[in-house]
Design a protein around this ligand. Sequence first.
Ligand code: SF4
Length: 82
Amino acid sequence: MQQQHIHCSVNNCHYWNQGNKCAASEIMVTSDRVGNSMPDRFDATQAQSMVPTPASSCMETCCKTFVEKGSRNTNVDGITRL
Ligand code: SF4
């Protein structure tokens, strides 16, 4: 079984698991600006072709992979629940 290393307390996310663990196959942490401007289908599956996005503090970063539990958009980006 794959070990999980990402801890997250956002428990209304589709990928959230008991014990505050992230169960996404991969995630994209990026700048708030990208989080605000890119569609749901843009995510970790496109990370290789993405330009780097520096930030000055943790408050300028976000998890782009977040999708609300029960949302219709859970399958638009190629990310799966492990
Ligand atoms: S996808 Fe992001 S927001 Fe969702 S559980 Fe994982 S780390 Fe948290």
